[in-house]
Write a protein of this length. Structure first.
Ligand code: AP5
Length: 216
């Protein structure tokens, strides 16, 4: 099963993708995670991407298309994959379609999550992640047992650079201008299913799973 999770920053794409990995045994491909790892490791790509990411802008299409093309060729994607944060522009979606055609694959489902802007702001300003194992938390909605410390490994929690309010507002504007056209793009292709992203993580997961299993 080849899936795209679409939606604005903070809507819950990463949270839902992580649950789908276990359920379907297919990997999550998060361009944001791949880019953040490259920034941390100071690779040439990371150095190039950092300025765009810190300001909330998109990294150039040719960089992310290259990342995804390389990742899709890896053996663990043979049974399927969950794209989280890609595509984000129409040229990225066109490139994805070409890459998949070239390897005899196609997208099966595009699930679009949505919540209102106030909720997105709350989710993003309160998000924390573990500096050691990467586990995700939220100061109000999914707090760790001890403030600032990861329940799973004891690592220190941190706030993402781009989760400061000013940058979030820019990311949301970039989403509206450059990514939201993908909703009609995939609607036109007959692939889009919309899910309300407001509610419990488990309830939203159940709705997505029902769609993927063809029960809705
Ligand atoms: P990326 O890392 O992809 O960020 P994003 O799309 O902005 O998405 P987020 O990770 O912020 O949100 P999410 O939807 O995954 O929400 P989450 O599950 O964490 O991209 C970062 C940057 O990299 C971009 O700005 C760009 O510069 C660059 N980039 C990446 N991909 C690119 C591309 N394709 N092209 C160009 N540039 C690219 O949830 C958020 C919070 O809410 C968490 O704390 C969570 O616990 C909480 N939460 C989740 N679900 C619920 C719920 N149901 N109820 C209450 N709280 C919830």
């Amino acid at each position: 099963m080849n899936l795209i999770l679409l939606g604005p920053p903070g809507v819950g794409k990463g949270t839902q993708a992580k649950l789908l990995i276990d359920r379907f045994g297919i990997p999550q491909i998060s361009t944001g995670d791949i880019l953040r790892a490259a920034v941390k490791e100071l690779t040439p790509m990371g150095i190039k991407a950092k300025g765009f990411m810190d300001s909330g802008a998109l990294v150039p299409d040719e960089v992310v298309i290259g990342i995804v093309e390389e990742r899709l060729a890896q053996p663990d994607c043979q049974k399927g994959f969950i794209l989280d944060g890609f595509p984000r522009t129409v040229p990225q979606a066109d490139a994805l379609s070409q890459v998949l055609t070239g390897i005899g694959k196609k997208i099966d489902h595009v699930v679009s999550l949505s919540v209102d802007k106030d909720e997105l702001l709350k989710r993003l300003t309160g998000r924390r992640a573990c500096s050691k194992c990467g586990a995700g938390y939220h100061v109000d909605f999914a707090p760790s047992k001890v403030a600032g410390i990861c329940d799973a490994c004891g690592g220190e929690l941190f706030q993402r650079e781009d989760d400061k309010e000013e940058t979030i507002l820019n990311r949301l504007a970039v989403y509206e201008a450059q990514t939201s056209p993908l909703i009609s793009y995939y609607q036109g292709a007959g692939l889009l299913r919309s899910v309300n992203g407001l509610g419990s993580v488990e309830g939203i997961q159940a709705e997505i799973v029902a769609i993927l299993q063809g029960a809705q």
